[in-house]
Write a protein that binds this ligand. Structure first.
Ligand code: GLC
Length: 448
């Protein structure tokens, strides 16, 4: 959101800027937008520390702007999803200093061994006790064992659904409920994958509790009260396929759940094919997988997977957009945007994720068409790669993405694997054969 398009010249992307780009999305053919959090926030974690769930951050626009966005997008057949952050609030949220809402947060007399996703202990002392923060100290975790917290979030969902918001991406969906006894996490073992080993422990008690499914069953029933039903898309950061598939429930929890096995895989034919085939096999019948290669938390796929190699970018986009299910592209993926270079003195994020968050390169002018002011993060390589130049070039990555989106809308059939040579991966969907050659690298689509 902050890096998409700045209308008022303060260097930060905003809702009016986004509204001004709806023609672009219509041309590209996307059918929904997910906006990173737009609620008021002290920005210790750029919007993911919310201080008011029922308003729009003035730096990003107004409630009237949001209404206009929903309406203008709706006219073009584009739905607007917001980001909801139910795992924690900002420490500046009035709830956190309200003595009557003490039990809305997770407190302990003594810290256990849980560690924060940003490093260091997950506990900070306040007024003689310790509060839990699975992320920064300015992001105290809510206590999802408290029924008032559950009721409050149901009210928040309805508030936005009533305004026409098509659904939510649910931040830290796997983590809302903590172990009621606050037991220590067990140590990680050498067999655990690197994202788990990095914490030194298996995060089985400070997140990933089975009770979270009760919350999502309630949320789904609320989403179904609306016409059309509202969409729940979880940030389900789990690496066990059975745990991931469980978020779909019996078609009574989330309709969509991000698959982090793909986002943490390397660009390798066998590895990706295995992720896709085992994921499809793990899903309950009728459930839709969600594929993504980039987001605001990890190095962009054009960098991480492709090291800037355009052939690989084309291959990655072809794969993401021809698999069955939903595809979520991160802004800039459609032109093969790479991570930006952010010098140490301009680093803002608590966890150093600035390179994947540099502004959208709209054109090759000095400020990239992103802002008329000073952009909050430096521009990336906007002279080399930008929307305006690629839009004019029929053979560009952007035009490929547009063609793939159009193709995606036609493909309805199941995934059928076909024989392939080493370093290759071929599959059929309906009458279309997708031929991915990771050695080339080259992606071909043959219409039978
Ligand atoms: C999610 C967000 C990330 C944020 C964290 C804490 O992982 O994607 O950006 O820092 O939650 O809210």
């Amino acid at each position: 959101m902050r890096s998409f398009a700045d209308f008022n010249g303060d260097g930060v992307g905003d809702l009016p800027g986004l509204i001004g780009k709806l023609d672009y999305f219509e041309w590209l053919g996307v059918d929904a937008l997910w906006l990173s959090p737009i609620n008021p926030s002290p920005n210790k974690d750029y919007g993911y520390d919310v201080s008011d769930y029922l308003d729009v951050d003035p730096a990003l626009g107004t409630m009237a702007d949001l209404d206009r966005l929903i309406e203008d997008a709706g006219r073009r057949g584009i739905r607007v999803l917001l980001d909801i952050v139910p795992n924690h609030t900002s420490d500046q949220h009035p709830w956190f200093s309200d003595p009557e809402k003490r039990d809305w947060y997770v407190w302990a007399d003594r810290p256990n061994n849980w560690v924060s996703a940003f490093g260091g202990p997950a506990w900070t002392q306040k007024d003689g006790r310790w509060y839990l923060h699975n992320f920064a100290p300015g992001q105290p975790d809510l206590n999802w064992w408290n029924d008032e917290v559950r009721a409050e979030f149901e009210r928040i969902l309805r508030f936005w659904f009533d305004r026409g918001v098509a659904g939510f991406r649910i931040d830290v969906a796997h983590g809302l409920v903590k172990d009621e006894l606050l037991r220590d996490n067990p140590p990680a073992t050498r067999d655990d994958p690197p994202p788990i080993r990095r914490f030194g422990q298996r995060q089985v008690y400070n997140s990933r509790r089975p009770e979270v499914h009760d919350v999502f069953r309630r949320w789904r029933s609320i989403a179904e009260e609306y016409d059309p039903p509202r969409v729940l898309l979880g940030e389900t950061w789990v690496l066990e396929l059975a745990d991931w598939a469980a978020f779909y429930g019996a078609d009574d929890e989330l309709q969509l759940a991000f698959n982090f096995l793909m986002a943490t895989a390397t660009l390798d034919a066998t590895e990706l094919r295995t992720v896709v085939e085992t994921s499809l096999a793990a899903l309950p019948a009728g459930a839709k997988p969600v594929w993504h290669g980039s987001n605001h938390d990890v190095s962009r796929m054009a960098t991480r997977w492709c090291k800037g190699d355009e052939g690989k970018v084309r291959l990655a986009l072809t794969m993401l957009l021809t698999l069955p299910g939903a595809t979520v592209l991160y802004q800039g993926d459609e032109i093969g945007q790479e991570d930006g270079v952010v010098p140490p003195e301009r680093v803002l994020d608590i966890s150093g994720r600035d390179p994947e968050r540099t502004p959208m390169p709209w054109n090759g002018e000095p400020k990239g068409g992103f802002t008329s002011g000073e952009s909050w993060l430096p521009m990336g390589e906007h002279r080399r790669r930008n929307v305006a130049a690629q839009r004019e070039d029929p053979g560009s990555v952007l035009n490929l993405t547009r063609e793939l989106i159009a193709l995606k809308k036609r493909l309805r059939g199941p995934y059928e694997p076909l024989p392939a040579s080493k370093g290759g991966w071929r599959y059929r969907r309906d009458g279309v054969v997708v031929d991915l050659d990771f050695n080339g690298p080259r992606a071909r689509i043959e219409e039978a």
